[in-house]
Design a protein around this ligand. Structure first.
Ligand code: CA
Ligand code: CA
Ligand code: CA
Length: 142
């Protein structure tokens, strides 16, 4: 009799394990579409230009880049991601009004466009992830 109860007990134990595994959440609860909520303020799963600028401002990026504090980024102060090309190239490409400096809107648009690889004018989870990774590597906030 005891021999017949063993397989049953084993099956029951296995069944419990399967139930436990099945009841695990498929993914950690969090932001919609995998976009961190710090970037995706309205929770629609993508980052707009306005959301991007707001979070970059909260992180103090522009103020850090503007070393002399005159509110403008000179050619020397401009921090452009490597993917945007050489510093001089980014300066010329991003300098929409063709004056002698890059303002906050110009540099944030430049960054945003550099990472909007599919050109849909939003940053999705993959694109903002690329930005986060490369920002760490390139020391964007240093
Ligand atoms: Ca959003
Ligand atoms: Ca400056
Ligand atoms: Ca995009």
């Amino acid at each position: 009799m005891t021999d017949r109860t063993r397989p049953a007990a084993a099956a029951l134990a296995l069944g419990s394990l399967l139930v436990a595994a099945a009841s695990l959440p498929a993914a950690p609860a969090g932001a919609a579409g995998g976009v961190p909520s710090a970037w995706d303020r309205d929770g629609d799963g993508r980052v707009s230009r306005a959301e991007y600028r707001a979070e970059m401002a909260r992180r103090g990026a522009y103020a850090r880049w503007d070393r002399d504090g005159d509110g403008r980024l000179s050619r020397e102060e401009l921090r452009a991601p490597r993917r945007a090309g050489q510093r001089g190239g980014a300066f010329a490409a991003w300098n929409a009004d063709d004056n002698d400096w890059i303002d906050e809107r110009e540099v944030m648009n430049g960054y945003f466009d550099s990472y909007d690889t599919n050109g849909d004018l939003w940053l999705d989870s993959e694109e903002i992830g690329e930005f986060e990774n490369e920002s760490r590597i390139e020391g964007v906030y240093d």
